[in-house]
Design a protein around this ligand. Structure first.
Ligand SMILES: Nc1ncnc2c1ncn2[C@@H]1O[C@H](COP(=O)(O)OP(=O)(O)OP(=O)(O)O)[C@@H](O)[C@H]1O
Length: 232
């Protein structure tokens, strides 16, 4: 390998995943560089979330390799995998998955504290990120925020360890039209603004259209969306 070239943020090689009664996907190949975004679409049940969970190292594929920032997840011990995941991957879920009784600041700082960051640094980083992402400060419980503000808080939490790879599973799926646009705009700015790669799963064609590249999980294969469109 040419050592002057930075490793990809994410590489999936010949990835195959089976569930008890069928092969969910097979021979999946994907390379995602820092600064790039890719949107994954596909029918319900096609395996999009499972694919993200493989990239996160929470689902072990039946065969193939997941490499994040140059290191293969497959050979790592559980402990090393947890540390590597924390260092290199941020995740945004459909419903934010925040602690509703805590303030946004506490939610974001908590992720840093759990990762071993010192308290003062965790809180100052969290405050800076929230301000940058347009979440109101103060001690209001996260439960009282709007859906858009909650999702921005979830994005801030995902960014707290300055990840190489940001994964997002239906991040706009629970939002109204206006917030959908503003959260999508925010997410797709992040690869260049924060030097990371974004792999985003969505059912929303308008959201997917913002990505640098689009791929579709179709019949167990991950295909460039142009190929799938061309077949229709
Ligand atoms: N551990 C498992 N055991 C059995 N079946 C599973 C397991 N994990 C996933 N599946 C099945 O695999 C299929 C794909 O699930 P997945 O959530 O990845 O699809 P998806 O494309 O994200 O769907 P949606 O768009 O509806 O969220 C589903 O039929 C699901 O029930």
């Amino acid at each position: 390998m040419d050592e002057t070239v930075d490793p990809a943020a994410l590489e999936l090689e010949a990835l195959t995943c089976r569930v008890p009664d069928r092969t969910l996907f097979e021979g999946v190949e994907l390379r995602l560089g820092v600064g790039e975004s890719v949107a994954v679409t596909g029918a319900s049940g096609s395996g999009k979330t499972t694919l993200l969970m493989c990239a996160l190292g929470l689902v072990k594929p039946d065969s193939g390799t997941v490499r994040i920032a140059g290191a293969a997840l497959g050979g790592m011990s559980t402990r090393r995998l947890a540390r590597y995941r924390r260092q290199h991957i941020g995740m945004v879920f459909q419903f934010g998955e925040l602690l509703p009784e805590l303030s946004p600041l506490e939610n974001v700082a908590l992720a840093a504290l759990l990762g071993g960051m010192r308290r003062a640094e965790a809180y100052s980083r969290a405050a800076r990120l929230l301000e940058e992402l347009g979440v109101p400060g103060g001690s209001a419980r996260t439960a009282t925020l709007s859906g858009g503000e909650r999702q921005r808080t979830a994005v801030a939490r995902a960014l707290i360890h300055e990840p190489t790879l940001l994964l997002a599973d239906e991040p706009t799926g629970s939002l109204d039209a206006e917030n959908r646009v503003s959260v999508a705009e925010l997410l797709f700015e992040l690869p260049l603004r924060r030097n990371c790669a974004l792999l985003l799963v969505t059912h929303d064609e308008e959201v997917a259209a913002r990505a640098d590249r689009r791929v579709v999980l179709d019949g167990g294969r991950l295909l460039a969306s142009e190929l799938v469109e061309g077949r229709k």
